[in-house]
Structures are given as C-alpha cells and as structure tokens.
Design a protein around this ligand. Structure first.
Ligand SMILES: [Zn+2]
Length: 316
C-alpha cells in the first residue's frame, strides 16, 4: 500500500446510492464511461455492491456509508456537510438534521475541527479550489453559508475569485464556467468537464490537502427531472474521470456526499447511504469507513497526521 503525500477531497452535494432503476435513478440511466472505467464496469447502484456494501476495483474503493448518523429524519446539507468535513456527528450535536446552510451554533465547531484546519495545524499546506465571488459579491455565502466556504475561510483559503477562474487557477462550483459566463460575461473561458478535472488535479498538486465542492447534484435532485439528473451525472462522470487520470501518483482522491437525493428523482432528500469513493495512494484503508463521519479521520490517518489533529505533525 502506498502512503499518499497529499489528498484531495471532492464534495458532491446530495448524491446517494440507490437501487439501479433507470426510470428514476440517473446513475442507472446515464452514460457513465468514466465511473465504469474506474469501477471495472460497475456503477454506484445498490445492485453492483458486494455483500459488504462495497465495490473494490483495480483503481478504486467505493463504500456505501451511512449519512443518517443515528438521528431521525431526512439528512440535510448543513449538518451533513459539517459532519463530512469534520468527522463529528453534527446532527447529534445540533439535535436534528438541519439545512441547507450550516446552523450558527455549529459554525465554531466546523471552523475548529474541519479537515483543512486540522491539516494546517499539523503543518500541512491546504487549499480550497473553488472560485467564489469575492469582495462581498454574494452575501448568501456568509448569511446562509454552505460548509465548504466556511471551512475555506477558517484557514484563510477562501482566496480564489473571478481573476483566478479566468486564468485557470480555480474551478467553478458548477465544474464548467457557464454560470459565471452568464452572470459576468465571457471573460471566463468555456471549459469542458474534462478540462475542469485536469485543472483541479493541477491545483491539488500544489498543496498537501485540497477541498473542492460541487452543489448542482443536489439542486438538480430537487428538480425531480430525470433528463436534467442524467445531464448532471454525466458532467460529474467526465469531470471525475479526467481528474482521476490526471492525478499524481502520490495523491489520494476521496469523493463523498452529505445525503442522498439525486439518485432518486421521485423524491427530494433520501435515507440512502452515500458513496465514499477513494482513488490513488492509500485508497485501501477506505474499505473500512462506515459513516460520513469516518471520512476526515481516514484522510488524516492516511496522511500520517494524528487523528485528533493535535498539532504534532506528520508521523513520518
Ligand atoms: Zn438538498
């Protein structure tokens, strides 16, 4: 087993693993050449998992993990993202599932316990690859924030904006730059999902730990339109395949989510498990994860950082 030198966590909002019925599950209905290549012909649907809830392929380990955290009700983004990005049971700490933004009460814990903060405390370099409208351009970011920009802000890494995006030094949350072009004009180059995947691989090679967040998967799940869901999944497929192919040998890539939604266009959020997909150096250890709260601890252990982020630095 190879020890990774660096790690990249890709957060996909609202992606669960459901049964592979092409009538409502875009992961069954879509063309997924990238994911099938990574999973030796299989897909993230229940019928393709082994008895342990996994797919172990030549290049990847995929595990279906719990996103409910022992708390009743449908998982939501605020508590789910906080749990995924800290390894703490945010739904239990808050008393219920909450979303879509991170509740005020959980923000100090999120700022102190998140993956980037713990890696930075241990002496690693960290980065957030998303482009954000900086300079107070979008007040929603901080009035009703998702967890990823709060994580970035907690380590001083909310630094990529329009200039970086235009120069290919950031990736848009939507993967392609369409929304930025619609809003702010064609200074922003058109990029394909493949190109965005290669850009993210390049950015991830510049830091020890990098975070990237994609939200359209959840927005699209809420629309309940299978054709739109198929398009969203195919975009992610091309992006992840190019990213995985361009990843350096010393890197660990982990892809996960906060709750189910997109995998069943008949409803909104679901109780389905969510994927933890690990690719590259150190992926084998991820066969043991069982919950979204296991992801950050497993990444830190893989990087040789004390599990409690105690600032002792790497153990090698
Ligand atoms: Zn949602």
């Amino acid at each position: 087993m190879t020890i990774p030198r660096r790690a990249l966590l890709v957060f996909l909002d609202g992606v669960g693993i459901g049964s592979g019925d092409a009538a409502y599950n875009p992961f069954a209905a879509a063309d997924l050449p990238g994911i099938e290549r990574l999973l030796d012909g299989r897909r993230p649907v229940v019928e393709h998992l082994d008895a342990g809830g996994r797919i172990v392929s030549e290049r990847a380990v995929l595990v279906a993990v719990d996103a409910s955290m022992g708390v009743e009700g449908l998982p939501q983004s605020g508590t789910g993202q906080t749990a995924l990005l800290t390894g703490r049971n945010a739904a239990a700490e808050y008393g219920r599932h909450f979303g879509p933004w991170v509740p005020t009460d959980l923000r100090p814990m999120l700022a102190e316990q998140n993956l980037l903060r713990r890696a930075q405390t241990a002496g690693l370099t960290v980065s957030f690859a998303n482009a954000y409208p900086l300079g107070g351009g979008d007040p929603r970011i901080f009035r009703r924030p998702a967890a990823p920009p709060l994580v970035a802000e907690s380590v001083g890494a909310l630094t990529r904006g329009p200039i970086e995006l235009a120069e290919g030094r950031a990736v848009a949350s939507s993967i392609t730059n369409e929304r930025w072009r619609e809003r702010l004009g064609d200074d922003f180059p058109q990029v394909t999902p493949d190109e965005a995947g290669r850009t993210l691989a390049r950015l991830a090679a510049e830091s020890d730990v990098t975070l990237f967040a994609h939200y359209d998967t959840d927005y699209t799940g809420h629309r309940g339109d299978l054709a739109a869901a198929v398009a969203a999944v195919e975009r992610v497929d091309a992006f992840l395949a190019a990213l995985a192919d361009a990843l350096r040998d010393d890197a660990l890539l982990v892809i996960s989510s906060d709750h189910g939604n997109l995998e069943d266009t008949r409803a909104g959020h679901t109780l389905n498990p969510v994927p933890v997909l690990a690719i590259g150096a150190g992926r084998e250890a991820f066969a043991a994860v069982r919950s979204i709260t296991d992801v950050v601890p497993a990444i830190l252990v893989a990087l040789g950082v004390g599990q409690d982020g105690d600032g002792k630095g790497r153990m090698r």
